[in-house]
Each structure stands twice: as C-alpha cells, then as structure tokens.
Write a protein that binds this ligand. Structure first.
Ligand code: MN
Length: 138
C-alpha cells in the first residue's frame, strides 16, 4: 500500500503527464512546492516500488500500477472540488487542506454516492437553490 504522500506524488505526476506527456523532477517540485532534492529521493522510492519508470536526467512516466493510483487520486480530487463547490465552501485554504486530507481515504462506494449527489445538484439547479436557502437559515 502506498502512503498518502506517495499517492500525492503519483497524483501530481499523473496530472503533469496529462498535459506534458512526461514529468520532470522540477515540474513535480514546482507543483508540490517541495525542494527538488526531496523530490528526487521520493522518485527513487516510487521507482523501487514499481510505480514509475525513471531514467535519471530524463522525464519519468507512470507504470500501470502507478497510473491506476495517480488517476484515482486525481479524479477523487476533482470530484471533491465539485462537491465542495456545491456545499458552498469558498475559502481556498480550507478547500485545499480538506481535500488533500480526504482524497486518500474514500472507498469507491462513497465516491459513487458523492458523484450521484454532485450530478443530482448539477442537473437540478432549483434543488441546489433550495438547499442553499435551507443552509443559510441553519
Ligand atoms: Mn490532491
């Protein structure tokens, strides 16, 4: 089982690869706001665990196992952003902090239910308005 920190790296690498095709150490360091030497150490670890294909001084890509995890965490993150928007949470710091914590700990059953709720409110804006009214009187 990868740790939450490993999952964050795989999520980050996955997102970079979606736009660039590969991820460099500096891309990851920039995105995670971590020193490149720390990133290099984690990359070696992820390589040993079989999550990435790493060639020093060249870009890295994800193995099948690494991509599965990166993709899952990345899509959890995006779904939670939509969910938090529906909840009306606007403080970016709280959003980031909470999502970074929760995204690692959701079962697929819970994800399915959150997804249904997001879809429901997206397709029924009048209901969302009702909910917002109810909430403001709470
Ligand atoms: Mn995340």
């Amino acid at each position: 089982m990868p740790t939450a920190v490993m999952e964050d790296y795989l999520e980050c690498i996955y997102d970079i690869i979606q736009t660039k095709g590969y991820a460099g150490t500096n891309d990851i360091a920039d995105k995670l706001d971590i020193h490149p030497s720390t990133v290099s150490r984690m990359i070696k670890k992820l390589d040993e665990k079989g999550y990435i294909n790493y060639e020093p001084y060249r870009g890295l890509t994800l193995t099948e196992a690494g991509e599965l995890i990166g993709k899952r965490i990345s899509s959890n993150h995006k779904l939670l952003e939509e969910f938090f928007e529906i909840l009306g949470i606007e403080d970016e710091e709280i959003i980031d902090q909470d999502i970074e914590g929760i995204e690692h700990h959701l079962s697929s059953k819970t994800i399915d239910n959150i997804l249904a709720l997001v879809d429901f409110f997206t397709e029924n804006p009048a209901r969302l308005e009702e909910f917002n009214k109810f909430k403001s009187g709470h």
